[in-house]
Design a binder for this molecule. Structure first.
Ligand SMILES: Cc1ncc(C[n+]2csc(CCOP(=O)(O)OP(=O)(O)O)c2C)c(N)n1
Ligand SMILES: [Mg+2]
Length: 343
């Protein structure tokens, strides 16, 4: 049953405990690093592209990369990913072109991919509405006798939504092969965790649904991998859903339209930045003799090139027809649209 951890010291950790994760070889450790760098580069470049007016409002995921890379690494390609806006670029880890995700942030229809092509559902902006979708897909896989698992990503704020409750409860009752992955970055825009829940820890919610819960250090890519692998193995073996609470701290604004200086504790932000997840893993790899300057530079260059190609491809795409917005909205357009909405 749920592992209830009253404070951060009881988070599952690997890097700080200087443990090794069974089953991860040197190639895996470096591949995980490539994934972290790819996500970090995507995120940092996106912020620049936003400031240059090349993409629209953007939900920054700086220091969330370990949660995304570590958990996806525990999946098989046949497993389904249900991202929120915070995991917008998670498809890159499944071979999706960077231009596709950049199209999405440019509001271009080419940013909506066929989910079955990557087993990655569309990016979900309404909070928690994808949790029941993921539960339904996972249950469907079980009914069909397929051994695929689904993972749904959502934030601390999402745990206050009805859709989260409905999805989690259904998944538990049906013993659907689902991983409920909560990125607890302790903020829902300007609402702190303390105003979100009276529970001592979000992982406590697992008990109420009758499912196991794991609380993990969200900045530790290896601990996230280990925790998710456990959940995925249980789900695949018929053991039903698991709730994972990955604890981190949002060091960036909620999105490019937000100025957190009005509400956040900047001293805490600075402290968290010093232990951000990519640097922490770099130090681990260096200490184990797996990463040196040349390899680090090569991996970072590769990711940067990918982003440069991605934005060039996105900008080369012809503008969509604005009328597309209305194509699937009305059977009979109202008179003002019929007469030409452009005025
Ligand atoms: C149903 C719904 N209500 C409100 C919003 C506005 N909104 C966008 S992001 C957000 C905060 C969500 O916080 P959390 O679930 O912790 O995720 P995080 O952004 O921290 O990753 C809110 C309330 C929304 N997108 N959908
Ligand atoms: Mg949050």
């Amino acid at each position: 049953m749920a592992r209830v951890a009253p404070d951060e010291h009881e988070l599952r950790r690997v890097i700080d405990e200087e443990r090794e994760v069974e089953g991860l070889g040197e190639q895996d450790l470096l591949e995980l690093y490539r994934w972290l760098v790819l996500l970090r580069t995507y995120d940092e470049r996106s912020l620049v592209y936003h400031r240059q007016g090349r993409i629209g409002t953007y939900a920054i995921f700086w220091n969330h990369e370990a949660m995304q890379a570590g958990s996806v690494y525990a999946l098989e390609d046949r497993d389904w990913i249900f991202p929120s806006y915070r995991e917008s670029a998670i498809g890159l880890l499944r071979g999706m072109p960077a231009s596709t995700v950049l199209h999405w942030w440019r509001g271009h229809p080419a940013g909506w991919w066929n989910p079955a092509e990557y087993n990655v559902a569309s990016i979900c902006v309404p909070i928690a509405t994808h949790v029941p979708h993921a539960a339904g897909l996972a249950w469907g896989k079980k009914l069909r006798g397929e051994d695929a698992v689904a993972i749904a990503y959502f934030g601390d704020g999402a745990t206050s939504e009805g859709a989260f409750h409905e999805g989690a409860n259904l998944a538990a009752v049906m013993q659907a092969p689902l991983v409920l992955f909560c990125n607890n970055n302790q903020w829902a825009i300007s609402t702190p965790l303390s105003a979100q829940t009276h529970a001592a820890a979000l992982v406590d919610k697992a008990v109420g649904y009758g499912m196991p819960g794991i609380r993990v250090d969200g900045g530790d890519v290896l601990a996230v991998y280990e925790a998710t692998r456990e959940a995925v193995e249980r789900a695949r073996a018929g053991g039903g859903p698991t709730f994972i609470e990955a604890v981190t701290y949002r060091t960036a604004p909620h999105a490019t339209a937000d100025d957190p200086r009005a509400y956040i504790d900047m001293a805490r932000v600075e402290e968290e930045k010093r232990n951000e997840c990519v640097g922490r893993y770099e130090r681990y790899l260096r200490a184990h003799g797996l990463l040196g300057d040349a390899l680090e530079a090569e991996i970072k260059k590769e990711a940067l090139e990918l982003m440069k190609r991605g934005i060039a491809e996105a900008e080369a795409e012809p503008e969509p027809d604005p009328e597309l917005v209305f194509d699937h909205a009305y059977v009979l357009p109202p008179p003002n649209l019929r007469e030409g909405w452009r005025g």
